[in-house]
Design a protein around this ligand. Structure first.
Ligand code: ATP
Ligand code: MG
Length: 461
């Protein structure tokens, strides 16, 4: 959010910007070609990018720049990309804006003007983040803390913990079921910490193939393995002075657990294929939805690593244990997602609210968000119905029986959870997810329909 990525192949311009923006309240990152730009983009998730359209190997036309722009916007549409065009860049500027660029700037660069544009982009981003909708008519109730919605006692404990750990450099392990907001909490800790102006860099330990993971962490030298045509920095380097977020740490293969532990002991490391020992200053946060105690018992997670990262823990309760928070959250998602559509939706019907309260939400907050988003699109009238939420039948279910889950319910919940996990792990890839779960593809499609899971919704981020 507070990172600026400058993509330009011209060293003079990079130096000029570096100097001119050195006092700016955001962290600067530079890249000189498309591949590097996309890599840094992934690593530091900049809020604003300035992108020179003429990049190698074709600096004479805008093909590289426009391709880069397209990929960035596809990956994160909220990013504000300011394209920089040459003297006759009218046509390219128009193309870029059509592709989703925030604005364009013509060379020669006027640093003062460019700064104003960059500041305006960050400002807009901030506004969109704090109030994703235009109308701030209802004052943001105290239920929103650190951008997190919820007011139940367990969530208040979470906020207190965030406040407590933010100031220190201690590692924190966030645990909770899938979709409970672990990543959100990690971002909140970073934002509340003295490192907030520096990058927050994430590694999804469960999503990257084992043989690439070490290089993902620590980078590699040119020629370290086939295909390593350039020296590439690892994420620990991108996180310098900031925060490194290790998502799904429970899935880290054991040999990497050893390497991570060694790194955590003195913050020193070597790139794959490298001899030099490098050192960084990072704060480590981690998250897991597997029970690490159990994983340790089974020998799948090293105890010594646990004692490094797991001493301070924050537990996120499942949504079904958060009482009326589910109502606050449903309204919150209606507000932020409803605003993006022309049709006006007044709210939830009483039956819809009842269904929301009764349903056990195995996919937690993420599932609620997806269901509300879907309902906003599907609903015909001005109020959201149980049918549009895919919760018809939940509204009148008998209350007391909810306490003990029936075997069938438990089976359904587990089935759903495993599907969500597999899809997330393979980024929405149905072939891989169905293989991992040992079911045929047609069966998998049937299950997707049964559980109303949209694999596309799980492929991003
Ligand atoms: N309390 C909350 N208030 C507002 N939004 C929330 C809250 N909890 C979660 N969300 C939203 O729900 C979605 C899922 O949250 P997040 O990705 O943080 O969950 P997670 O625990 O990391 O899930 P997973 O284990 O599947 O990775 C995100 O869009 C997040 O913004
Ligand atoms: Mg997560």
């Amino acid at each position: 959010m507070t990172d600026l990525l400058i993509v330009d192949d011209n060293g003079d311009i990079r130096r000029q910007l570096k100097w001119g923006l050195s006092k700016a309240p955001y962290a600067l990152h530079f890249a000189t070609h498309v591949e590097e730009a996309l890599q840094v983009f992934q690593a530091v998730t900049p809020g604003v990018v300035t992108l020179d359209l003429g990049l190698p190997p074709h600096p004479e036309d805008a093909s590289q720049g426009l391709a880069c722009l397209e990929q960035m916007i596809a990956a994160r549409p909220s990013t504000k990309v300011i394209v920089i065009t040459g003297f006759d860049g009218q046509e390219n500027a128009r193309r870029a804006v059509e592709l989703g660029a925030y604005d364009f700037f013509r060379k020669p660069l006027d640093l003062g003007e460019l700064k104003v544009m960059i500041n305006r982009a960050f400002h807009l981003l901030e506004i969109e983040r704090v109030a994703p909708a235009e109308t701030p008519k209802k004052p943001a109730a105290p239920r929103l803390r650190h951008g997190i919605v919820g007011d139940c006692p367990a969530m208040r404990d979470v906020y207190a913990m965030i406040d407590k750990v933010a100031a220190s450099d201690a590692p924190v392990l966030v645990h909770g079921e899938s979709g409970t907001g672990k990543e959100l909490v990690a971002m909140a800790i970073h934002q509340a910490s003295p490192r907030r102006q520096q990058p927050l860099v994430s590694i999804n330990c469960g999503a990257i193939p084992e043989n690439l993971l070490e290089s993902e962490f620590f980078g590699h030298e040119r020629g370290a393995f086939t295909g390593a045509t350039n020296t590439v920095k690892g994420k620990v380097e991108y996180a310098e002075n900031g925060t490194l977020f290790l998502d799904e740490i429970g899935e880290l293969p054991v040999n990497l657990q050893v390497k991570l532990l060694r790194f955590l002991q003195d913050m020193r490391f070597q790139r794959v294929g490298g001899r030099k020992t490098l050192e960084v200053n990072v704060r480590v946060l981690a998250a897991t939805n597997v029970n690490i105690q159990e994983a340790m018992r089974l020998g799948q997670f090293r105890e010594d690593l646990y004692y490094r990262i797991g001493v301070v823990g924050i537990h996120l309760p499942p949504l079904r244990d958060r009482g009326e928070d589910v109502v606050l959250l449903a309204n919150h998602f209606l507000e932020i997602h409803g605003k993006q559509l022309p049709k006006k939706i007044q709210g939830f019907s009483p039956e819809a609210m009842e269904a929301i309260r009764n349903y056990p939400w195995p996919g937690n907050v993420r599932e609620l968000e997806n269901k509300v988003r879907r309902a906003i699109i599907l609903v015909e009238g001005s109020r959201i119905t149980p049918q549009s939420l895919g919760l018809a039948g939940e509204a009148s279910s008998p209350g007391p029986a909810r306490a003990e889950t029936t075997l069938r319910e438990a089976r359904t919940q587990l089935e759903r959870q495993m599907m969500l996990q597999a899809l997330r792990r393979f980024e929405g890839n149905i072939v891989k997810a169905s293989e991992a779960l040992g079911v045929s593809r047609p069966t998998f499609y049937d299950l997707l329909r049964k559980h109303e899971i949209d694999p596309k919704a799980l492929s991003a981020g």
